[in-house]
Design a protein around this ligand. Structure first.
Ligand code: UN1
Length: 511
């Protein structure tokens, strides 16, 4: 099975993890090996040769050379390059979606969905390439014109996480490409194959279209190259998706060299159900949010606040739904599966540790709470915990696994306060039919998250909106809306077409 998926994308069982540009993959074989594992079976899928320091230097110098050409290529032509990548991804959607499912462990429809996100952001970026608008403003001086323009920034470093092996790269890379930047990608060492396949698809499309190298890739055998990358002054922007712990380090180091960072870190997302919630919408919204991708999205629903009047009914219905999911845990590449494995044995350990901690803090396991030891792979049961307080440490932290903490509330003020009372601030949602409650949730005194939804869940954001969150989530915004601006440098221009040199603020300075 894994062999067929690799073959469909032209990948072999032993391959280079370094795209050097000019159609060239590195021949380095002494910088370590990455061995991506099928999380459903524990088997090694392929061996990927990691990149050397010399490979990294080649990439950066070729990227710098490419930038000189790309920055003056008209933006709509840059859009044409991205259009070709989007077309190529469309053609390979099925195969690439399967590879993502195989290597990451998310179910096939979600693997395909991730490729769809890449296609969507490519389409978005093509349009955006004709809309890199700056304002014009009226000068206070006669015979002067003022305007601002957005210029290409340079090299953009993209460090992506295992849970979205390809989409996160595309949100950054497609916009950076139309902005006139050159991208260098370091994917998670858990999922190098999805990255290699994506690079092949996009770079072949670019080459066929006669475009220069705008996308590079390296894979780090340890953490040394990643550190060089983060500290590299030649890279004005580092976009990092991953844990708050590592993100804090990246942010501090990039800030130290006065670089720009775009951080997409942890979430601790909640759904609130008030008395009027339509449970036909809310229950599937919660189950998809909490169990989808086996709880490994940064937008996964981790906390649920339910009004006391409907608490028992909601809990009972949810437990029933979870039992149904239990029957559909398995191989993520099969169409009948609803929940795949966790990505790694370490994730299973983190899940078990959180379950133990929840119990020790006085929590009750309403359903789930165990790993599936009757089979190979990193399978766990989707879990609901009751009886904990929002302030309990385990509830306050993000465990990247399908664990949902359900808590009752009496007043909507109290629910909103609890929903905000965590270190993270990514996604949030409320199910209500009460207009006043919905508006309160969306008001300045409502949710403090980067994403706040009404009558839909916390995960599965569309690419058209800006994606990201506040507080320990890192403050970055990528994908839609005006997120393209972070990939460009802003310049204010004042042009004097008069015969005099008046100074601003009316200052007289006669020599
Ligand atoms: C992530 O988990 O890092 O909103 C990103 C969502 C997806 C993106 C998740 N569009 O769930």
């Amino acid at each position: 099975m894994s062999h067929e998926i690799l073959k469909a994308l032209g990948l072999s069982a032993e391959l280079s993890g370094t795209y050097l540009g000019q159609g060239e993959w590195s021949t380095t074989s002494d910088a370590g090996t990455l061995q991506p594992v099928n999380p459903a079976t524990g088997e090694v899928i392929a061996r990927v040769h990691a990149s050397s320091q010399a490979d990294y230097e080649t990439i950066v110098s070729r990227a710098q050379a490419a930038f000189k050409v790309w920055r003056t290529t008209p933006a709509p032509q840059r859009g044409e390059a991205v259009r070709l990548c989007g077309e190529a991804l469309r053609k390979h959607k099925d195969a690439l979606g399967s590879l993502v499912a195989l290597e990451m462990g998310k179910i096939k429809p979600e693997g395909d969905g991730e490729v769809q996100e890449m296609i969507d952001i490519a389409d978005f970026a093509v349009g955006q390439s004709r809309m890199l608008y700056g304002y014009t403003m009226h000068s206070e001086r006669p015979g002067h014109r003022m305007y601002e323009q957005y210029q290409p920034l340079g090299l953009v470093g993209i460090i992506s996480a295992f849970n979205f092996p390809v989409a996160v790269w595309a949100w950054n890379a497609m916009l950076a490409a139309i902005a006139g930047d050159i991208c260098i990608w370091k994917p998670s060492p858990k999922v190098p194959l999805s990255a290699i396949a994506t690079m092949k698809i996009c770079n072949e499309a670019l080459k066929d279209g006669g475009f220069p190298d705008i996308f590079f890739l390296f894979n780090d055998g340890g953490t040394e190259l990643a550190q060089t990358f983060v500290d590299d002054k030649r890279i004005p922007l580092i976009s990092f998706t991953g844990s708050t712990k590592v993100g804090r380090m990246v942010g501090e180091r990039v800030a130290h060299r006065m670089g720009r960072s775009l951080l997409e870190l942890g979430g601790n997302n909640a759904i609130i159900l008030d008395q009027s919630a339509d449970l036909k919408l809310a229950i599937p919204g919660i189950v998809f949010g909490a169990v989808g991708t086996a709880g490994q999205r940064c937008t996964t629903t981790r906390r649920l606040f339910v009004h006391t009047s409907i608490y028992d009914t909601v809990l009972e219905t949810l437990v029933k739904a979870y039992k149904q999911v239990e029957g559909k845990i398995g191989d993520p590449t099969l169409s009948t599966t609803l929940m795949g494995p966790l990505n790694s044995p370490e994730s299973v350990q983190a899940y078990l540790a959180a379950v133990e901690k929840a119990k020790a803090s006085g929590g009750t396991i309403a359903t789930g709470g165990a790993a599936l030891t009757d089979r190979k792979g990193n399978f766990v049961l989707p879990t609901i915990v009751t009886g904990l307080k929002n302030s309990d440490e385990v509830v306050q932290s993000e465990t990247f696994a399908p664990i949902l903490y359900v808590m009752p509330f009496d007043s909507i003020d109290e629910a909103i306060e609890m929903q905000n009372d965590v270190p993270q601030g990514l996604s949030s949602a409320i199910f209500t039919q009460n207009l006043k409650v919905a508006e309160q949730f969306l008001s300045a005194a409502g949710s403090d998250c980067g994403i706040a939804n009404v009558n839909i869940g916390t995960s599965g954001a569309e690419i058209g909106g800006a994606f990201g969150g506040e507080k320990e989530t890192g403050g970055g915004r990528e994908s839609g809306s005006d997120a393209w601006k972070v990939y460009m440098r802003r310049q204010t221009n004042t042009i004097n077409y008069s015969d005099a040199l008046p100074l601003a603020q009316g200052i007289k300075f006669h020599v």
